[in-house]
Design a protein around this ligand. Structure first.
Ligand code: PEP
Ligand code: MN
Length: 359
């Protein structure tokens, strides 16, 4: 259920609604827009709490809310996800990420300007990371990617440098002023990874790891939630709802390809998910054409397609020597290819009336 307050309602009226909800055992999630406040109402949520959601709300609560001062209307949300829905938050959510390399020291993700996140799939060494960071920053990337805790399909694959990798990412941030995005795999690692990262990445394999979603939801760090490789759009938005319902509003969705019958590419990049998510949700949507295709020669075309489809950012794997990469070399761009990509990306962004943040 959503309570729509009248434009410019008083704080007192908003407080009154919030207190009323609390007395009913419900949680109000206010969203303050320029003109008006909208309050999302949920039943109690929490790992082992009472059943929540719209089914748990007594209909008499609805009429009581409608009669309260400054309440314009009460709307039932038909979608199973509530806080993630456009109905709850009609304006686009814009997420602020600190980055010293950008004038003003902040990157805004979800607005008109498109953000480039680039770096190696996995942090392998100081030299590999610093060389890549310097090169991608020079071309206009403002967020540095790099895995320190890597999910590996095979237990014999490289699983990352762990905290030593995080320390290198922090060093690169200090040197180049880029924000850092890196994956967190377990709830217990969230506080430690948060010390180093500006954005927490939830990988495709963990999209439905609900304890992990709860834990990043209790943090205030921006979270990139990758689409599960076999997840429907609805399952993905419900995973986002886990994070939002714990109080973290800084959720960014990432299309990274899904499993289909096709074997010519590692995954099938679902470009239609980008405009569809924009319709269904207010959350920023970004695109990862590296995992999305698994093929370096397809990364530039799919980057351009993602921009044309409305992506808010790109997450791209780049390596100084992809043939020797410990992970995902086949889909990593060379430094030269990344250099070639940036002006093309800017041209497509301009063609659809958007810009790119380059610092
Ligand atoms: C990655 O970004 O390197 C990665 C492992 O992503 P995904 O979880 O989408 O496979
Ligand atoms: Mn990778």
């Amino acid at each position: 259920m959503i309570v729509v307050m009248k434009p410019h309602s008083s704080e007192e009226s908003i407080e009154r609604v919030m207190n009323f909800l609390e007395k009913q055992g419900l949680t109000g999630h206010p969203s303050r827009g320029v003109e008006r406040t909208i309050i999302g109402v949920l039943g109690s949520v929490g790992p082992w709490g009472a059943p929540g959601g719209i089914g748990g709300i007594n209909p008499s609560v609805e009429s009581a809310l409608e009669a309260m001062p400054d309440v314009e209307s009460v709307i039932r949300v038909t979608k199973p996800y509530k806080l993630a829905s456009r109905e709850f938050h009609p304006e686009d959510t814009i997420i602020t990420i600190p980055a010293a390399c950008v004038s003003g020291g902040r990157v805004y993700l979800g607005g008109n300007a498109i953000v480039m996140m680039a770096g190696p799939c996995t942090v392998e060494s100081e030299k590999q990371l610093m060389t890549t960071a310097e090169a991608v920053r020079k071309q206009g990337a403002v967020i540095l990617r790099g895995g320190a805790f890597k999910p590996s399909t095979s237990p014999y694959g490289f699983r990352g440098m762990g905290e030593a990798g995080l320390k290198l990412l922090a060093k690169a941030r200090a040197e180049f002023g880029m924000a850092v995005i890196t994956e967190v795999m377990t709830p217990t690692d969230v506080p430690m990874v948060s010390e180093y990262a500006d954005i927490l990445q939830i990988g495709t394999r963990n999209m439905q790891n609900y304890m992990l979603l709860d834990e990043v939801g209790r943090s205030q760090k921006p979270v990139v939630l990758k689409r599960g490789m076999s997840a429907t759009i609805e399952e993905w938005l419900l995973a986002a709802e886990y994070i939002l319902s714990q109080g973290n509003r800084n959720v960014i969705l990432c299309e990274r390809g899904i499993r289909t019958f096709e074997k010519a590419t590692r995954n099938t990049m679902d470009i239609s998910a980008i405009p569809l998510i924009k319709q269904l949700s207010h959350l920023p949507i970004i695109s990862d054409p590296s995992q999305g295709t698994g093929r370096r020669d397809l990364v530039i075309p799919m980057t351009l397609a993602s921009i044309a489809a409305g992506t808010d950012a790109l997450l791209i794997e780049v390596h100084p020597n992809p043939d020797e990469a410990l992970k995902d070399g086949a889909q990593s761009l060379t430094l030269d290819q990344f250099q070639a990509l940036m002006p093309q990306a800017q041209t497509v962004a301009r063609a659809i009336g958007r810009t790119m943040i380059t610092g």
